[in-house]
Design a protein around this ligand. Structure first.
Ligand code: PLA
Length: 461
């Protein structure tokens, strides 16, 4: 009896399996993934699950990042003459990364301080750090009682948290206007947040300079209540900032159109060498009464790239709004990464809590800006010395970390393939990557690829 029952059960399972397989073959269920475009059916699924090695066979190759992908290619390059002018990371005159001495001192103090621990920070981060960081950005007279600020994973994390907040709560348009060109990641970040991304004219490639009229016109024509992304200083990649008078017109246009200003401040101190002066566009915007958000990064100015120290803040109308906004920022952060890392923010806090260390830091930041400025001038001088007939004066007029040379993507490709000089394909050179040892080599190569060709373009790429 038992035996019979088992036999029947086995037969039943076997018949079901046969019917299932026949049906699957006759009527395959086909699914197409909307993001990757890959198609699978349940036959594939059966074979995939029967062989675990095939489980991820359909994952397509992702494209390399426009900036960090090139940095990776540089690391893999075997050419001893290779030059990295790709990522905006400071290098010393010897071409080496630099840990600021003030940062080292702060770290030593932290190491000796037995009260330091490794506990989780709150969701919103270390509020003492946030307060110091916001004062650094908004100034000593900042209306901190109505600025909602959270610690973020450097500037990228700040843009992301700010974008998520705007996507959820901006009462008007879910559209963000980004300068053309801009840091490439801006578009990706804000799209991921669910915002519609548009561009406004910023740079005139036919004269290698700011397209101020185009900028103001596009901001004016944006739908009422749009979000306008502004680089607080040392615009990446162009190195072109509006003048104080031009900023005033920008504020007025934003106010007239009831837009929201979203400042990205990744280079405070790198434009003029003076962190206070570099904050003036942001500070004046707050004084002018604009609705302001700020994504702040300490990667470049404190040299804390991998420590991921930043803040995102929203200037609210009053303290009550501040509390409400803060509560929502925490709701955004908690499911994303719970709470931020503490080492980098503790360094910034330690430096900014000590007036002597702060003034040492200001000098060190100024020295970085100065070396970059020197290399900018030297590059242009050397280009002329090696015979270039182009007018490279735009490179000396530009400020901050980058030279936006005007070179075409093809010229950049040639620099990389023939000279092992790694730069982004928009013609941007990270001037911090230049030093007396590689300057002539780079200048000769740039001359070779640009000689007799145009470095201005009449039309948009
Ligand atoms: N905003 C701007 C304008 C930037 O240029 C960068 C970094 C960031 C934000 C983000 O920096 P953080 O997250 O490290 O604070 N841009 C670099 C590096 C320096 C990069 O692409 O990530 C660049 O080479 O453009």
């Amino acid at each position: 009896m038992m035996m019979n029952h088992r036999l029947w059960s086995l037969l039943f399972v076997f018949i079901n399996l046969l019917i299932g397989l026949t049906l699957a073959e006759a009527f395959p269920v086909t699914r197409t993934d909307s993001t990757t475009g890959t198609t699978t059916n349940n036959n594939d699924a059966n074979s995939v699950f029967s062989n675990n090695n095939k489980l991820w066979d359909n994952v397509p190759q992702g494209p390399p990042d426009a900036i960090l992908g090139i940095a990776q290619a540089f690391r893999a390059c075997q050419d001893p003459k290779k030059v990295n002018v790709c990522v905006g990371a400071y290098r010393t005159a010897e071409g080496l990364p630099w840990v600021l001495p003030s940062v080292r001192i702060a770290e030593e103090r932290m190491l000796l301080n037995r009260n330091e621990n490794k506990e989780y920070l709150p969701i919103e981060g270390d509020q003492e750090y946030v307060e110091k960081a916001l004062t650094f950005a908004y100034g000593i007279d900042a209306p901190l009682d109505r600025i909602a600020g959270v610690q973020t994973l450097s500037g990228t994390g700040a843009c992301r948290v700010g974008g998520e907040f705007l996507a959820a709560f901006t009462p008007f348009q879910k559209i963000i206007y980004i300068p053309d060109p801009s840091w490439g990641n801006h578009h990706k970040i804000f799209k991921e947040c669910g915002l519609q991304t548009e561009t406004y004219r910023y740079y005139d490639r036919s004269k290698n300079g700011l397209d101020f009229e185009g900028m103001v016109e596009d901001i004016r024509n944006a739908p009422t209540g749009s979000i306008i992304l502004l680089h607080a200083c040392a615009h990446n990649p162009t190195g072109c900032d509006p003048t104080p008078d031009q900023w005033k017109q920008i504020y007025q246009t934003i106010l007239d159109r009831q837009h929201i200003a979203f400042f990205d401040s990744a280079y405070q101190g790198f434009a003029s060498g003076d962190s206070e002066q570099d904050a003036s566009a942001l500070r004046n915007a707050v004084k002018a009464g604009l609705p302001v958000l700020l994504a702040q990064s300490f990667a470049k100015n404190f040299g804390l790239y991998g420590e991921r120290a930043g803040t995102l803040s929203v200037v609210a109308g009053n303290a009550q709004q501040k509390d409400l906004i803060l509560s929502q920022l925490k709701c955004i952060i908690r499911p994303m990464y719970s709470s931020p890392p503490r080492h980098g923010s503790s360094i910034v806090k330690t430096v900014l809590n000590d007036p002597d260390l702060t003034s040492q830091y200001y000098d060190e930041c100024a020295s970085m800006a100065k070396r970059i400025l020197d290399m900018r001038t030297k590059l242009v001088t050397k280009l002329h010395e090696v015979g270039s007939q182009h007018d490279w004066s735009h490179v000396t007029h530009q400020i901050g970390m980058f030279a936006f040379t005007g070179m075409s993507p093809e010229m950049c490709d040639q620099l990389t393939s023939e000279y092992s000089i790694y730069l982004t394909r928009d013609g941007r050179i990270s001037v911090a990557g230049l030093n007396d040892n590689n300057l002539e080599y780079v200048a000769k190569a740039v001359h070779a690829v640009t000689d007799g060709k145009s470095i201005t373009s009449p039309t948009k790429e």
